[in-house]
Design a protein around this ligand. Structure first.
Ligand code: ATP
Ligand code: MG
Length: 743
């Protein structure tokens, strides 16, 4: 038997060595789905069934795609370049770039990330004079992306009411604007390449006969359109090999659809689903926790995991008084893990929402523990990096209105809102891009722009002459033209350096009080460009810019350093770590407030919890804080119900419960609560003092107005109440500070 296959169990072996046919592997976390998929690619190539050229594999993140390539390269001494391995977005980008003309796009088309997209939408709404209370830009964004996800162009959306008609109008203007600028958003990448395959028989047949094997990881999270894309790409001779786990479907909110699994079975005539049940990742206690937790969900396809490993360590649970204490606890534990010899990169700190990372980051920073954040404020999403990228985008394509607007007056060069609005008006009336309008303006007054080329943009802003804005615009045009000229012959890292130096960004942040971090990030952009030149086949500026949009967050500072991994549970999908800290396990945070009351929302949160728990190989920490500062407000939360759903026998509580931490918000007064919860009292609760506050009482708060108490907790200095305010929603308030007045 080939050495590739020796470590596999019989079911894995069957999946890896299946003959040329479509197949579905349905199996729980850590059962080797990704391993099977990767090994199958190597096996198919090694056995001569297919050349690397005939393989297309879809992964969920760019990180996973890279890992897959590394693993295949380690198994086989082949050049992996011919293979198409990437995310749906990455693969669509590749397809569109190869056939940009057929797809009706300029060669250097740029990708708008979600924030850029929102900026374009805001501009359009403003131009159309739309009422943004009635049509909030985010809602318009959601409408557009949703329509695209359903495969619908503006002209195809059926509108039965005025509201939808308006939305369709915005969508149409947005389409028009994007086409004019030659930019595509994420949803467009998919839709545009779907349409390309649909309409262009030559392109479609070319890829259908090329890709003999399509392999899809994390199949449970494919969206409708992604599935249709796959179905279109798979020809009669293509074998589609999909692996997934319905219990890990965590993107329903983004249109993912486990129904695809059932359709796949029919569409591709799958004779029998292959199941894998042995888990190779986690020790017994962790697996028990995951299995028991997920059993609370209905409508599962049903499977259980077992391990031949022992029970391992218990799952540690920590009840912290505040989020700061929680972070301090995590730092201490990380230090002792490191002292035990665990690499920092093998330790993950997971949380439900990005905003939760700040406190952890702060504590890690103070403890000098290196860490890397995936997702959230990603490297390529930071303000200074976006400014720098906008300059680079202008160098690549000055018609990019979005990039232009971002930097035309950054650093300040005296170009005011009014002159920009004038330009935008002109563009609206006469068509073309802002850049063209600027050129016209300059040329209208001066014989040529070339005479301006040597003027630096800085300094122009200080000019106090009456026509200051015009001079500002001339300076900007000259700057961009000179950059374009110089950069034409420079290699990528030098383009970045040149841009940083001449744009005035470095000078601007040097002068800023807290600019040191930002300067570091800007310098890191040169590092990212250098790394890119070493890794990429095509290292042109346009390709680098796309890489920046697509890979946001995956080239963080300190690339090679051993660092803790911080990320949301969503981004941890498919990964594994020696130790995992799962923090912020509180009702309202996890399960998230937004999902608790939605149909299916709680089950999706539970699947997310299942994903989180199953990332740990050896050690798992669950922690929650009784009070937490989030979005500028202190919240008093109770522990998540998910901890209760785990068998208590596998848990080890690291600290006795010292304060009242009721498991459910109970509509009881503090006095009643103590009387009914003697076990909590035994653990050291301070004696209850009679409280003047009770559930149902009407109160007034100086800032939030009138409300009614719906919940009481704690006592003495910790006494707090939840008040439902008319306009301001529900809030937990510490009585000592809240200064409530009884009505
Ligand atoms: P997830 O659902 O979380 O994506 P998965 O099913 O894709 O999990 P893998 O990541 O492929 O699981 O495998 C989990 C771990 O188990 C990996 O470290 C992998 O190398 C290991 N593993 C898988 N199969 C075997 C095997 N037969 N023998 C030894 N180790 C294995
Ligand atoms: Mg996997």
């Amino acid at each position: 038997m080939s050495s590739l296959l020796t470590a596999l169990n019989p079911e894995q072996l069957e999946a890896v060595t299946l003959p040329h046919q479509s197949a579905l592997v349905l199996a729980g976390a850590g059962s080797g789905k990704t391993k099977v998929l990767t090994t199958r690619i190597a096996y198919l190539i090694q056995s001569g069934e297919v050349s690397p050229h005939g393989i297309l594999a879809v992964t969920f993140t760019n990180k996973a795609a890279k890992e897959m390539l590394t693993r295949i390269a380690a198994m086989l001494p082949i050049n992996t370049r011919g293979m198409w391995i990437g995310t749906f977005h990455g693969l669509c980008n590749r397809l569109l770039r190869a056939h940009h003309q057929d797809a009706g796009l300029p060669q250097t088309f740029q990708i708008l990330d979600s924030a850029d997209q929102l900026a374009v939408i805001k501009r359009i709404l403003k131009n159309l004079g739309a009422d943004d209370e009635k049509f909030p830009p985010r809602q318009v964004q959601w409408f557009i992306n949703n329509a695209k996800e359903e495969g619908l162009r503006a002209s195809q959306v059926e509108a039965y009411d005025d509201y939808t008609r308006k939305m369709v109008e915005f969508y149409a203007s947005y389409e028009h604007q994007c086409n004019k600028e030659g930019v595509v958003d994420f949803a467009e990448l998919l839709l545009r390449s779907y349409e390309l395959l649909m309409r262009n028989e030559i392109v479609r047949e070319h890829y259908r006969s090329r890709f003999l094997h399509i392999l899809v990881d994390e199949f449970q999270d494919t969206s409708r359109l992604q599935y249709k894309w796959l179905r279109l790409l798979a020809g009669p001779k293509t074998a589609v090999f999909a692996v997934g786990d319905d219990d890990q479907s965590i993107y329903a909110f983004r249109g993912a659809n486990t129904g695809n699994m059932r359709e796949f079975e029919q569409d591709f005539r799958i004779p029998r689903i292959i199941k894998l049940e042995q888990n190779y990742r986690s020790h017994g206690n962790i697996l028990d926790a995951a299995n028991t937790l997920i059993r609370n969900n209905n409508g599962r396809l049903g499977k259980n995991l077992w391990t031949s490993e022992g029970r391992g360590e218990p799952i540690r649970v920590y009840n912290a008084p505040t989020d700061f204490d929680e972070a301090a606890f995590i730092v201490d534990e990380v230090k002792s893990l490191r002292a035990e010899g665990v690499q920092l990169s093998q330790i993950a700190l997971l949380y439900r929402s990005n905003a939760q990372s700040r406190v952890l980051e702060h504590a890690l920073f103070n403890a000098s523990l290196p860490y890397r954040v995936y997702g959230g404020m990603r490297f390529f999403e930071r303000q200074e990096i976006k400014h720098a990228l906008a300059y680079l985008r202008m160098i690549a394509n000055p018609e990019d209105d979005n990039a232009l607007l971002r930097i035309v007056n950054f650093p300040a060069r005296g170009i005011g809102l009014r002159s920009l609005e004038q330009l935008q008006d002109e563009v609206r009336q006469q068509g073309g891009s802002l850049w063209e309008a600027m050129l016209k303006k300059c040329r209208g007054r001066e014989p040529a722009t070339s005479g301006l080329l040597n003027k630096s943009s800085a300094g122009v802003g200080e000019n106090k002459e009456p026509d200051r804005p015009r001079r500002g615009i001339e300076g900007f045009v000259a700057l961009i033209e000179s950059m374009r000229q110089v950069c034409e012959t420079l290699p990528l890292p030098e383009i970045v350096e040149h841009m940083l130096e001449h744009s005035g960004l470095i000078r601007h942040y040097q002068a800023e009080r807290e600019g040191a971090d930002r300067l570091e990030n800007l310098n890191e952009l040169v590092t990212a460009a250098t790394a890119f030149v070493h890794e990429a086949e095509d290292d042109g500026l346009a390709v680098f810019l796309n890489h920046a949009s697509l890979e946001a967050g995956e080239h963080q500072a300190g690339g090679g350093e051993d660092a803790l991994q911080l990320m949301t549970v969503h981004s941890a999908k498919g990964l594994e770590f020696h130790s995992v800290f799962l923090s912020g396990l509180e009702e309202g945070l996890f399960p998230h407030d937004n999902s608790r009351n939605e149909a299916g929302g709680l089950e999706e949160e539970r699947r997310l919890m299942y994903v989180a728990v199953t990332r740990a190989k050896r050690r798992l920490y669950l922690s929650f804080a009784q009070s937490r500062m989030l979005h500028g407000q202190t919240r008093y939360n109770i522990p998540t119900r998910f901890i209760e759903e785990i068998p208590q026998g596998v848990l080890k509580w690291l600290q006795p419960v010292q304060k009242t931490a009721p498991w459910r918000p109970a509509p009881l007064s503090p006095t009643q609560e103590v009387a009914q919860r003697p076990q909590i009292r035994e653990m050291g609760v301070r004696e209850a003092t009679a409280s003047p506050w009770r559930v149902g009482q009407n109160v007034v708060h100086a800032k939030f107005g009138a409300g009614v108490i719906v919940n009481c907790e704690g006592r003495g200095a910790d006494a707090r109440v939840e008040v439902k305010f008319g306009r301001n929603g529900s809030k937990w308030l510490l009585l000592e500070y809240a200064k409530l007045t009884a009505l």
